[in-house]
Ligand binder design. Structure first.
Ligand SMILES: Cc1cc2nc3c(=O)[nH]c(=O)nc-3n(C[C@H](O)[C@H](O)[C@H](O)COP(=O)(O)OP(=O)(O)OC[C@H]3O[C@@H](n4cnc5c(N)ncnc54)[C@H](O)[C@@H]3O)c2cc1C
Length: 533
């Protein structure tokens, strides 16, 4: 196929003109569009997929919220381990304390209710106990299947309710939304100042002007295989929820010289691959409660252990927030064989474990994939081959390709640790330990799986995209996961909080700029918006 021509970066012939263009219709894009509209801008919100929602619509739905700015700042600063500038963290912490009022301002007009749930943060850093979640309690009458048939597995999730609230706010304001419309390339003047962008889609390439600026809210690179191959040690990791996020913000931004930060960091666990190649998403293992070391420990059994190809345990399967860091131990490289040591690893349960609860759950936004629900008794997955059955440890070892004696020794050691109530090898919390001894045994291959990425475009505290020298690229802003601030350890609920906070900041700044085609005095409130960082 011939390569399509690269659109003209410097075109001044625009098909249409808006004040602000927002790229991506997830939470960050929706908030940015609402705020820009409310500030008086004529807004265009474009989304490359045929349906709205992105990863956002699959989310659990809790936004991290705090009432104490300083405590929130201290906590987030500690988790970022120096990788994200202090003023960016400060702006985020300031935004956290406003989230409840802000969410109420969007929820109440559409009849939805909001609730606050106190839940400490994941690690015992200063400020961890000051934090809560704020979320949509209910959108009366919402029928998720009817309204969002492309979304699967979210009936109990507050995230879809949250999306509905934003969607309704977009509709009620009459904000123009174009689905199936990707941003292809940014347009600039000869000095590199953003002027708009080229869109694609069924209508063909269009040059759209953005008189105040462009906000990139087009997510991370969960499905960006090229970027994963380049920046992650073992390359591709399957996305668990969505195939639309291919790292386009990174490409769009880099085209204009954007700097990047912490691309290595992603939020993910270990999970299964479906045996049907037509189901290309990863499947996260069951979400069990998070815990905080030294503060509280989980009292819920985790029915499985993981072993490597030799049949040896190699990790604490239940780290404090294993849905976030669970993939990390699977990324170890065996330097002798130059291969991943634990990828895939093997998840083992016994008959009691198989019966206790579903080992995984599936949530995704994809109209082209068939509905898939993990079975309550895990037997459908035995039938379709995601799990294999072994009547004895010997048979189990044969499935792994391990020495039976080694696997038996691992199971004996684990069962002895369960009896003792202490895992001296990897520190698994005692309340989660269950012996594995009653045949038949069940085993499934597990790989790292990515929920969402935590690195992307570097930005300042105003959400301005920065180049490699730390200078802003004029009129180019980023919001949400496309420029995620989480540099080292993630805070549960932090991504959604970031979508809201960064979407608001980006809109506030961009709508404070004079239009480039009608220069006027900048708004006093935003008079620093054009100064280099
Ligand atoms: C199962 C699951 C549960 C989660 N639960 C939580 C939770 O409870 N709390 C929390 O804080 N975080 C949670 N997360 C993470 C959180 O959902 C995401 O980090 C967040 O929703 C990202 O929002 P976003 O608006 O930045 O991106 P998205 O919601 O992914 O939106 C980006 C949009 O941009 C579109 N796009 C991409 N490229 C282009 C282009 N070139 N042109 C136009 N459009 C484009 C995409 O199609 C997409 O619709 C969860 C993640 C998963 C997978």
């Amino acid at each position: 196929m011939p390569t399509p021509p690269v659109p003209d970066r410097y075109t001044s012939r625009f098909d249409q003109t808006y004040d602000v263009i927002v790229v991506g219709f997830g939470f960050a894009g929706a908030v940015a569009a609402i705020e820009a509209h409310d500030a008086g801008a004529r807004v265009l919100l474009i989304e490359k997929m045929p349906d709205p929602g992105g990863i956002s619509i699959c989310a659990g739905g809790g936004l991290r919220y705090g009432t104490d700015k300083e405590a929130a700042y201290e906590y987030v600063k500690a988790t970022n381990a120096g990788k994200t500038p202090d003023d960016v963290i400060r702006a985020f912490a300031d935004g956290m304390v406003e989230l409840k009022d802000y969410l109420e301002s969007l929820a109440h007009p559409v009849g939805a209710t909001v609730e606050v749930i106190h839940r400490s943060a994941n690690y015992p850093f200063p400020g961890f106990d000051s934090l809560s979640f704020v979320q949509i309690e209910q959108v009366p009458g919402l029928d998720i299947d009817a309204e969002y048939p492309h979304v699967h597995g979210t009936r109990n999730s507050r995230g879809t309710h949250l999306f509905k609230v934003l969607h309704e706010n977009i509709k009620r304001r009459g904000i123009e939304v174009r689905l199936g419309t990707p941003a292809l390339r940014l347009i600039t003047d000869r000095n590199g100042e953003t002027r708009g962008l080229w869109t694609g889609g069924a209508a063909g390439a269009r040059a759209i002007a953005a008189r105040q600026g462009v906000i990139l809210a087009c997510g991370g690179f969960e499905a960006g295989t090229e970027l994963q191959e380049q920046y992650w040690q073992f390359g591709e990791v399957r996305s668990v929820a969505f195939r639309g996020n291919t790292g386009d913000a990174i490409k769009l931004g880099q085209d204009l010289g954007a700097n990047l930060w912490h691309l290595w960091h992603f939020h993910g666990s270990y999970g299964f691959h479906h045996t049907d190649p037509a189901f290309p998403l990863g499947i996260r293992v069951k979400r069990l409660p998070d815990w905080t070391p030294g503060v509280n420990e989980p009292k819920v059994p985790m029915t499985w252990i993981l072993v490597d190809k030799q049949g040896r345990r190699f990790m604490n399967e239940y780290e404090p927030y294993f849905q976030d860091t669970g993939h990390r131990a699977l990324e170890r490289m065996d330097t002798t064989t130059q291969t991943p040591a634990n990828r895939p690893a093997f998840l083992i349960v016994d008959e009691l474990g198989r019966q206790r609860y579903p080992l995984a759950s599936v949530v995704y936004n994809d109209r082209d994939l068939p509905p898939y629900t993990w079975s309550a008794d895990n037997l459908k997955e035995v039938e379709n081959g995601i799990l294999e059955v072994a009547q004895s440890v010997e048979e189990l070892a044969a499935i792994l390709g391990a020495e039976p004696a080694q696997l038996q020794a691992s199971l004996d050691r684990w069962n002895a640790a369960c009896e003792r109530g202490r895992d001296d090898d990897f520190g698994r919390p005692a309340g989660s330990m269950e012996p594995i001894r009653q045949a038949p045994f069940y085993v499934g291959k597990v790989w790292p799986v990515v929920s969402n990425t935590q690195g992307g475009i570097a930005h300042d505290a105003h959400q301005r995209v920065l180049n490699g020298y730390g200078e802003p690229i004029e009129r180019l802003y980023v919001a949400g996961e496309a420029g995620s601030l989480w540099g080292h350890l993630y805070l549960v609920g932090g991504n959604l909080a970031e979508c809201f906070i960064s979407g608001r900041i980006a809109s506030d700044r961009v709508t404070g700029l004079p239009s480039w085609d009608q220069p006027s005095e900048p708004d006093i409130k935003h008079s620093d918006a054009m100064t280099p960082a």
